[in-house]
Design a protein around this ligand. Structure first.
Ligand SMILES: Cc1cc2nc3c(=O)[nH]c(=O)nc-3n(C[C@H](O)[C@H](O)[C@H](O)COP(=O)(O)OP(=O)(O)OC[C@H]3O[C@@H](n4cnc5c(N)ncnc54)[C@H](O)[C@@H]3O)c2cc1C
Length: 467
């Protein structure tokens, strides 16, 4: 795709000085991504400074059928934000907090505000915005909504979709859809914002949002548990929810290989428990009243041990210790990097099937890579596992890479058989397009295509993703 010089000049004029970049050094960080899997090209990096300017830019592109790739913080993991010749529209300059309404418990902000800044703004006003990701220093509100990001507290607060009350979107025609009322109830026909959430920039550019805020639970308690099986983890989850309801915020399952790898590869990490164990769970609770007596966490975990749900446990004795537990969990993605090639799968299955999944999927992967190392961890309270297959020690990277498509297909077959999803987080992007069509089937793909064609008939919005 090539875009005529006259169009580039016209777009620069719309954006004004400071609103665009073309120099190769300036563009470089926007054209490669975190895992170095995709690199891109663009004739112009557009950095609109307002909703109005974004709309003008899109309107010009619509008139001349010029394709656009929207980009937020460039932390996406499926290649969707990396252009291949389209105009790259970055929201980096759309970074104002517009309003924080304490009575309505809402935060209205530009789409380019980072998740960390949104969380800090909420915190400063005595609230939490509960979505939290390891990438939150760069990931933006527009990006988390466009990927329907999850993170560790979905168990209690839901995904980005559950946390958005309103959106402002530039349609592919360049119109401004302004739906920023911040209502919790609004039954006036189609809930249009839901279309754009999880759309990966394929239906429009999000320029603003109203997010739900929550009161801060004053008492945080964290614990680390050792257990033998995933089945026990699911039973423990049920047991803890029976006791504490939605005070349970995080329930993160990790296979022992993940912990051993993190301890080996990441400086200043420490094992929470002295003894090795096949599986580990990080628990984190947010209480409004300290649990006492038979509800005290020590007592409940002792009970869990008597019932054979866990073999050992430690409760964090300080904020620092709680942070150490969390750090260990958060370093797992980085910890794999020193272990050769990893074939990654971010899947979900119903909770009732999650105990079966690691066993079945490991067997499936081993057909193609005997002795592969299964690096499984994730937000198991949501049925979500990062099921990563590490290169067997005896196999060359090249030989392992050649088998990647078969390994992934075998694992996705298990996901499908258990009624799960091939993308629990991160989206489809460029990476999982083929698998999406296979998973969704003709009816769902047909409806998705119909929506895309109705809203973006000239296919100018992120034209290479999803389909
Ligand atoms: C270390 C690390 C940890 C992560 N942990 C998690 C996790 O726990 N859970 C999780 O869900 N994800 C996680 N991610 C993935 C990533 O951070 C999320 O997908 C995040 O939501 C992307 O936000 P972003 O602003 O960087 O978007 P980008 O990467 O810039 O873009 C992602 C997609 O959104 C579109 N987009 C971006 N902004 C807009 C906009 N304003 N309007 C329309 N479309 C737009 C892009 O076109 C692209 O399709 C992680 C990533 C890293 C690197």
């Amino acid at each position: 795709m090539s875009i005529a010089a006259e169009h580039i000049d016209a777009l620069k004029a719309i954006l004004g000085p400071g609103g665009w970049k073309q120099d190769a050094d300036d563009l470089a960080p926007f054209l490669s991504e975190w895992r170095d899997r995709w690199s891109g090209k663009t004739p112009l990096l557009a950095l609109p400074g307002s909703t109005r300017q974004t709309a003008q830019l899109v309107r010009y592109c619509a008139r001349h059928k010029i394709a656009i790739t929207p980009q937020g913080g460039n932390t996406g993991l499926v290649g969707a934000q990396i252009p291949q010749g389209e105009i790259l529209l970055s929201t980096a300059r759309l970074c104002q907090i517009r309003a924080l309404n304490t009575d309505n418990a809402t935060l209205t902000l530009d789409a380019g505000v980072t998740l960390a800044d949104a969380r800090a703004a909420a915190q400063n006003a005595g609230f939490i915005f509960p979505l939290s990701l390891a990438s939150e220093g760069s990931a933006t509100i527009g990006g988390i909504l466009s990927t329907n990001a999850g993170g560790m507290e979905v168990l209690r607060y839901g995904t980005a979709r559950d946390l958005a009350l309103g959106l402002e979107v530039i349609t592919p025609q360049g119109d401004v859809l302004s739906a920023l009322k911040g209502l919790r109830k609004d039954n006036t026909g189609y809930d249009l914002k839901q279309l754009y959430i999880g759309a990966e920039g394929s239906l429009g550019v999000i320029t603003g949002a109203v997010l739900k805020l929550f009161p801060i639970p004053p008492i945080r308690l964290s614990a680390w548990c050792a257990l033998d099986t995933v089945q026990e983890a699911i039973a423990l989850l049920d047991f803890l929810r029976q006791h504490y309801g939605d005070a349970l915020c995080k329930f993160e399952l990790m296979a022992d290989i993940c912990i051993c790898t993190a301890l080996r590869n990441i400086p200043q990490t420490r094992a929470p428990l002295g003894t090795p164990s096949p599986w580990h769970v990080l628990l984190d609770f947010g209480f409004f009243n300290a649990p006492k007596g038979e509800d005290a966490l020590e007592t409940v975990l002792e009970d869990a041990m008597k019932k054979g749900l866990i073999s050992d446990a430690v409760i964090a004795q300080s904020d620092t210790q709680a942070q150490d537990f969390l750090k260990l969990r958060e370093t797992l993605s980085a910890a794999q990097k020193g272990e050769g090639l990893a074939i990654k799968h971010d899947i979900s299955v119903p909770l009732s099937a999650i105990a079966d999944f690691p066993r079945k999927a490991t067997k499936a992967a081993e057909q193609f890579a005997p002795n592969c190392r299964v690096f499984a961890f994730g937000h198991v309270g949501d049925g979500n596992l990062h099921f990563n297959i590490l290169q067997p020690v005896q196999m060359s990277q090249e030989a392992f890479a050649k088998r990647a498509p078969q390994i992934t297909a075998a694992i996705y077959d298990c996901v499908h058989a258990l009624g799960g999803s091939i993308s629990a987080e991160h989206g489809i992007g460029i990476m999982k397009k083929t698998e999406l069509a296979a998973q969704k089937g003709d009816v769902q793909m047909g409806l998705m295509r119909a929506i895309k064609i109705a809203l973006d008939p000239d296919n100018i919005m992120n034209p290479r993703v999803l389909f």
